[in-house]
Design a protein around this ligand. Sequence first.
Ligand code: NAD
Length: 260
Amino acid sequence: FLKGKTAIVTGSTSGIGLEYAKLFAAEGASVVINGFGDAAAIETERAKLEAASGAKALYDAADMTKPEEIAAMVARCHAKLGGPDIIVNNAGIQHVAKIEDFPADKFEAIIKINLNSAWYMMQAAVPLMKAKKWGRIISTASAHSLVASPNKSAYVMAKHGLAGLTKTIALETATYGITVNCISPGYVWTPLVEAQIPDTMKARGMTKEQVMNDVLLEAQPTKEFVTVDQVAALALFLCRDEAKSITGANLSVDGGWTAA
Ligand code: NAD
């Protein structure tokens, strides 16, 4: 149902972002993938997306810490593929430390990548969507857009900000056929979660098993990790015409975490 539409997914060389790109491509959308990683592995994924969609798939290396690269990516997408009709603000990093031990450069990077980049993406894409009177803006927020955990000050701050940005731009675009929503997963098994286990072990003096069961899944009443396909399926639904009245929402996919 996305034939003729173009989607940009930031941070889509891995994890949840790559799954969004796969589901959009499977529905016939052209996709722009973005993020870092091994060039050959990225090219393999890009080629698979193109084969699956029967439309174009491009890789764009824009660095989400750099506003001018973000604007240039949206402009390149518009020139080469049209659109973007769908943008997904998904790039994100994590760092786990007490505030007094938190390196300022990590703090700045988290705010730039997890929050500011979404603002720049929207600033570049909204005029193009308004002109077409259709658009879907989706951001991967987090359960940490609604509740906090210790040792994640920058991440929690960025994700709460993303939820506020979502509401604001939903109001600004409401009469233009554009919807703006965020999806707030609990713990999803991806490289981002795997990578924070050693830091949490250090910060809390725990074993790997203790971090997985007593910290990560502690918060999740289902006692199961969310999967990338469960998150991406919701994004796909938000792109349907039936979802046109869902805007400004923060949609939890967290195994009951924020119900507690
Ligand atoms: P991941 O580490 O697998 O993917 C992150 C992606 O962002 C990668 O493609 C990476 O290359 C890209 N990226 C990092 N820095 C970048 C930069 N400067 N410019 C461009 N791209 C950059 O992580 P993931 O778990 O798939 O996370 C995706 C999003 O989901 C993040 O915003 C994260 O906060 C959010 N999220 C994840 C979970 C979880 O449990 N995994 C839960 C809630 C929210």
